[in-house]
Structures are given as C-alpha cells and as structure tokens.
Design a protein around this ligand. Structure first.
Ligand code: GLV
Length: 326
C-alpha cells in the first residue's frame, strides 16, 4: 500500500494509481496526527509533505513493511532521517525542480520590500489622497550598487544570485564546498557570515534548517546588519529568531523583512503582521503550477523506484538498508 498524506496534483495522483498497488490518500488539508498514524499502518511507501512530522513514532506506526518516505519538498527538517536510516527506510526529497520558482519568489519579495510595493498598494486601497512627489515612498534602488548577501550558496541561492545580477546588484555569498561553475562564481565575493551581514543591503537566506542553522539570524546577527538593510527568508522560519526579528524591526535595527516562512507555521507572529515594514507570504516559494507538478511527480517516482528495487532519483539517506542489515 502507498500512503499519500495529502492530495497531490492530478497527474501525480494518476501516476500513484498506475503503480499497481493499493493507494490510501489523504485530503488536500494535512491530516491530524492521529489520522496520520492510523492511515500509515501497513504502508510500503509514503508520499508526504513538509507539514507532516515524520519521526520514530510515525515510522513505527507504519510497521515493518515501510521502505520509503518521499518528502514533497527539498527541505526535510520535518523528518528524523537518523530514525529512518536506523530502520532501513529510504528518505527522498525534491531537489533541483523548485530552484527557479523559489528564486523568482525571492526576487518578488526583495523587490516588494525594497521598492515599498505594499506601502503603495495600501495607500491606494485605503483611498489616501496622493499626488506624485519627489520624496514620496522612497525605497532602496537595487540597481544603484545595492548588494545582495546570499546565506547558503546552494542551488536556490545561486538561482537568486543569477537573477540579482540582472538587476545589477553586487553579490556577496557565504563560502560553500559545493562545486561551482564559472558562471556561478562570476561576480560573487565569498565572505564569512559576519562580514556578509555587515555589508549587504539585502540579506537573503537559502540554507537548510538544521541544528547548526537554527536561529542563525539572531539578535546579534541582526545587530551586525545595516540599519537600512532588508532581511529576506524563503528557506525555513526557524533559521531566524522571530522574537528578535520583531524587536529589531520595531527598534529600527534593520529596515525591513520579507518573509515566506515562519517559525511556528502556519501561525504567524501577530507583531509581524502589525508592523508596517514587513512583506509576508504564506510559504509559496515553490507554488508555481509547473513546479508543483515536477515536485509531486518526482516524489511519486522516488517511491516507485524504491518499491521496484531501483535506486531512488533523489535520495536523502544513502542505502539505509545497509545499516539495518548490518
Ligand atoms: C519548500 O519549502 C521546500 O522545501 O521544498
């Protein structure tokens, strides 16, 4: 049996049903925990999303039949990979198919925050009387030498940098051990995080959420940033200490924040909503129609591969069975 925790795109659902195994499928909304644990019992493969916590309890609720859990997301901080590996269960994710969409949304947030798009929109919707003025709604000129600091120069960070270069921004990035093409290096100055925070006009986060990056951007980090700087997060909410961010935004320690992800998702700190210097979107980084098709298709293909005894396309843990079998 394949358990799909939430309804995927139509073509991905058709693919699951074509695999010749019984399918149990959840609704469009996430299942509550009790339902999740009940429906996974006896599954050989699971297709899940980032809203499900895949931990030892979940894996044990599935029972010994479970061979693969495919996360329909590139980030997999919702999954206890060590617990899966111990049990010989393959974990997969969806890298590479959502870089462009996430980078596009990042640019949208950068532009919206820098050029005060929401302030302008609010002004008109509130029917505030206005007339063009030399000092009206002034924002940050990206193309007048503004610098972008990319924290995490992986696939998504590099896609953001490519877009930002087209806006004539200067690019700073944290060092990476990933092999980089000449194009990816072009015009990029690699500097350690403290220096990047001190120099960048826009700081954009593109690292995964791990124990090492939790609250990487805390009060101290924000204290290093320019008072005119904008913080952008399309990665994971937990990378930023949100309480500290609220204080920094209130105190004018930094000028603004544009956030697609939040620490307590789907809850959003009410202070972030009330503040005028934030741009907020509900975790839609990869929400392009074609991108979601690719993500869902890749997830299902990973389950199909493992259940057929083939190598998964995009594994997170390598050969987990080897550990379980000794
Ligand atoms: C979305 O947030 C993802 O990790 O793919």
């Amino acid at each position: 049996m394949i358990y799909v925790t939430r309804t995927l795109t139509d073509t991905a659902m058709a693919l699951v049903h074509s695999l010749g195994r019984p399918v149990v499928c959840g609704e469009e909304d996430p299942p509550d925990r009790a339902t999740l644990l009940r429906l996974v019992a006896g599954a050989e493969g699971v297709v899940c999303t980032l809203t499900e916590r895949i931990d030892a309890e979940f894996l044990d609720a599935a029972g010994p039949s479970l061979r693969v859990v495919a996360n329909t997301a590139v980030g997999y901080d919702n999954i206890d990979v060590a617990a899966a590996t111990e049990r010989g269960i393959q974990i997969t994710n969806t890298p590479g198919v959502l870089d462009g969409a996430t980078a596009d949304l990042t640019m949208a947030l950068i532009l919206a925050a820098a050029r005060r798009v929401l302030d302008g929109d609010r002004l008109l919707r509130e029917r505030t009387p206005w007339i063009w003025g030399p000092r009206m709604l002034l924002g940050l000129d990206l193309s007048a030498g503004a610098s972008l600091g990319v924290v995490g120069y992986g696939r998504i960070g590099r896609a953001v940098a490519r877009r930002a270069r087209a806006f004539d921004m200067e690019i700073l990035a944290t060092p990476t051990s990933s092999p980089l093409s000449e194009d990816d290096r072009r015009g990029v100055e690699f500097v350690e995080l403290p220096e990047l925070l001190e120099r960048a006009d826009v700081v954009s986060l593109h690292c995964p959420l791990t124990p090492a990056t939790r609250h990487l951007i805390d009060a101290d980090a924000m204290g290093r940033m320019k008072r005119t700087a904008i913080l952008v997060n399309t990665a994971r909410g937990g990378i930023v200490d949100e309480e500290a961010l609220v204080k920094a935004l209130r105190a004018g320690t930094i000028a603004g924040a544009a956030l697609d992800v939040f620490e307590g998702e789907p809850a959003v700190n009410p202070a972030l909503v009330e503040l005028g210097n934030t741009v907020l979107t509900p975790h839609i980084g990869s929400a392009g129609t074609a991108t979601r098709e690719r993500m869902c298709h890749l997830s299902v293909s990973n389950v199909a591969a493992v259940l057929d005894g083939r190598e998964p396309l995009t594994p997170v843990n390598l050969h987990p069975g080897a550990t379980a079998d000794g």
